[in-house]
Design a protein around this ligand. Structure first.
Ligand SMILES: [Zn+2]
Length: 338
């Protein structure tokens, strides 16, 4: 009897095992159906993506995430756009590491930019547009052209396209609702190669360091204004270009008066030969050098005293909000307050 019972159990076990093997192998998603038509493959491995804008229209009450949440867009209703392309942390296996170009992360700029968003929202009673990359820079650099940014990877390229699509959408809304606006590209700089840490903020307007080291008379010309990322702002302001760039009404001088030394500003008119960044792909593409009504400034903040911790970036965000408020009032003759 015992042998028969064991045999029954063994038979039952074999039937269940065969059933599990058969059903486990039955990956019907990969098999053509009886008409020979191949069913769609796993959506996470698609070559094609929904058209950009499929998740719009964008409401200021909402946050939008691109594919796999690599890009985050807080839609806004103020004429201000904040962008943080180098503060991400995600390193998905599906995107190979970039093999050339800079891959250094701007530590804490994701967090800083979100606190800046909250500070601006609290001050003005309305929201800026905010675009953030959650991908670590080794996977994507949104502040480069698509070739260097994504280096032939279709998922990185999709994230790059989404990043700039959200910015373009914000620009379009601002242009039609306000006529002009400001784009701030948030970054961080580290120690210089020689070990010296410049603790000033570097403000980039597409004017090179060596050009900033010239005197006001040389710089305060139409040709320098026209090659800057704040060309539209300079055209609409009643102040001169040099005033906007590094005079009393510049962001640099306004921030300096709040305790944050900047290049350029009235105090530090140029880098005086030392390392300095004058703006990247985002400042070129999304500023007004090549037309349009949105002016751009690249903000390169040192880590000590600014990107260090919650307390330092909160204090800095409050100061930058004040500087932007005054800058906007001075040059566009309008209040940002709702
Ligand atoms: Zn950066």
């Amino acid at each position: 009897m015992k042998i028969i019972t064991r045999f029954r159990y063994w038979l039952y076990y074999c039937i269940v095992l065969v059933f599990l093997i058969v059903t486990g192998c039955d990956d019907s998603a990969d098999k053509p159906d009886e008409n020979g038509i191949q069913p769609p493959v796993d959506t996470t491995k698609q070559d094609t993506f929904p058209a950009l804008g499929h998740d719009g229209p964008y409401s200021p009450d909402s946050i939008y995430y691109g594919r796999e949440s690599y890009v985050e867009y807080h839609a806004g209703n103020l004429p201000i756009i904040l962008s943080a392309p180098h503060g991400g942390w995600k390193v998905p296996d599906e995107i190979p590491d970039r093999t050339y170009g800079t891959t250094v992360t701007d530590a804490n700029t994701y967090q800083l930019t979100k606190v800046l968003m909250d500070s601006i929202t609290a001050r003005f009673g309305a929201k800026p547009h905010v675009i953030l990359s959650q991908l670590k820079r080794i996977k994507l650099d949104p502040n480069r052209d698509s070739v260097e940014a994504a280096q032939d990877d279709k998922y990185a390229l999709r994230a790059w396209q989404e990043y700039h699509h959200y910015i373009e959408n914000a620009k379009k809304q601002i242009s039609s609702n306000f006529g002009s606006g400001l784009f701030l590209d948030m970054h961080g700089h580290g120690e210089n190669p020689d070990g010296y840490y410049d603790l000033r903020i570097w403000l980039g307007y597409l004017i090179r360091g060596s050009e900033l080291d010239q005197n006001d008379e040389v710089l305060n010309t139409v040709s320098y204004k026209n090659k800057s990322s704040i060309r539209a702002l300079a055209d609409s302001s009643s102040y001169t270009f040099i005033d906007l760039l590094r005079g009393k009404t510049s962001i640099g001088t306004l921030l300096d008066s709040l305790g944050y030394a900047c290049v350029p500003s009235t105090k530090d008119t140029g880098p005086a030969g030392s390392r300095y960044f004058n703006g990247g792909y985002n400042t070129v593409r999304h500023g007004s050098r090549d037309g349009g009504s949105i002016s751009a400034i690249q903000i390169e903040a040192p880590k000590p005293g600014i990107r260090e911790n919650q307390a330092t970036w909160s204090k800095f965000s409050s100061a930058l909000t004040t500087a932007v408020e005054e800058y906007y009032q001075l040059h566009l003759n309008r209040s940002l307050k709702r």
